[in-house]
Ligand binder design. Sequence first.
Ligand code: ADP
Ligand code: MG
Length: 581
Amino acid sequence: MPIRRLAETTINRIAAGEVIERPAAAVKELVENALDAGARRIEVILAGGGIERIEVIDDGCGIPAGELPLAIERHATSKLGDETLVRIATLGFRGEALPSIGAAARLSLISRPAGQDSAWRIEVAGGAVTPPRPAPGPAGTRAIVEDLFYATPARRKFLRSPRAEAEAAARAVWRLALAAPATAFRLVAEERVLFDLPAQDESSRIAALFGREAAQALLPLEAAREEVRLTGLIGPASLNRATTQLQSFVVNGRPVQDPLLKTALRLAYREVIPAGRFPVAALRLDLPDETLDVNVHPAKTELRFAEPNGVRSLLIGAISRALARPISLAAAPSAMPAAYPRPRPPGPAARGFAEAELGFAAPPALRPAFAPPAEDEAAALPAPSDPPHPLGAPLAQILDTYLLALAADGSLVIVDQHAAHERLTEEKLRAQFNAGAIPAQPLLVPVVVDLPPFQAAGVLAEAANLARLGLEIEAFGPGAVLVRAVPAALREPDAAGLIRDLAEEFAETGAPVALEAKLDAALARLACHRSIRAGRRMQREEIDALLREMEATPRAATCAHGRPTFLRLTRADLEKLFSRS
Ligand code: ADP
Ligand code: MG
């Protein structure tokens, strides 16, 4: 084929692939346009996950009739006066969004600038333009997108279910509403009002969009370094979540999902939040426009900072300081220096079972958490050579998290108590589930759980399946779920925490996930909530029972997440560690 110039429509379809990769991206671009137009009030209406229809209505400056054809033309923008791209104060500037949407879908713009007597309407469908004509409409702009990707079927195939797309679109509006609290926002999806917020101050907006429980616990944050200012609210470590959905970053008024900022947040919490859990935060950075490049990606959600290290350390430093007070105890130095083994005079009275068998004096940090057994007690323990007990006899609990045992073959077994118990619980629940249903225990007082609006629908849609898991829930107003019963097997049910985790996971995995996969995830989640936490003291009898149960349970060697539940140090391993081999 000879080289030829691509048709305008083809060029726009290619651009659409980057700018409008799913309905959420179209929603984001349209709302950004409304904010750039100075809207005081924005309404977003979604149908069929935004694939069928997206409508964004604003009361902003409007587009003069004569400029409507330009608005939908590629690389036409009213926002870039300064050609150097160094001081971008608007959310848009590339002049690509409307032509991209118009190339992939049916787009109508109905707009009326204040002072003009009538609105005008222009339409583009798959790149074909119908010229402007007068139409009824109030001051401001209404953008309607129908049949997204009908003109680019390749892209349509990659869309998830309407519910998953609607959730992603709702999250995009959620992020923009956090970035612009002074603008009233209303979001309607599938005929349900997800939020309807007046113009408000930033902390009220955060409270409305994070859910009451999170909002009450959030800690204020304020820090500055040279010309960079950081403000916002962050969750205490205890408020951690199963995903990063409750994290919002706004940089110079722009909602972003920048890797540098995300990583800095993760690092700031690394020592206080368990692996696999994520902090909650609403952060706002303000810095001189010229120290920021927003033109990194067509979707404008990633940034390049002139001083990345300064930004990173400002974030990590400020968050660590804000977290320091509530967690000072946990952050206090451990018995590290004392943890080095030091010789201790052997003597029958001072020798616990551990010392007797292992032949070294347990340093303080390794000392059994329970009182060392008296000689006769030690004798009552299962002999290490007892073949039916491959995991051996309990020696000690260390760091309130790991269990030490002496195995039948003389090697040292180290058990992760939470991982192990989680697996056992999951197997038990699975057996109950396979035998019919998991028995439910009605709560004396039903619990109301507030969720961010975009999560409630997902968990409620699974209500019937969750009921088979012993979890009975129902809708309780917008964004809230009422828990009536929990699985009877849960010993200390934290119904609210369980629902929050499930809601996040359902929202994250999206809808086309097979039911079995969802039930599996829910079972694993139940097991996790029910299980002995890391950090809990365990009596020796409990440890012994846990070891015996592990031996009797299939698949007990890994937890539900595939991590090992126990490790073994054999003679050969120890010799290698001491370089003796
Ligand atoms: P960009 O936002 O990058 O300029 P777009 O394709 O999103 O590019 O929009 C093109 C132009 O159309 C904008 O520069 C703006 O002048 C006009 N426009 C789009 N949406 C609106 C709106 N809701 N209100 C007023 N003007 C708008
Ligand atoms: Mg735009």
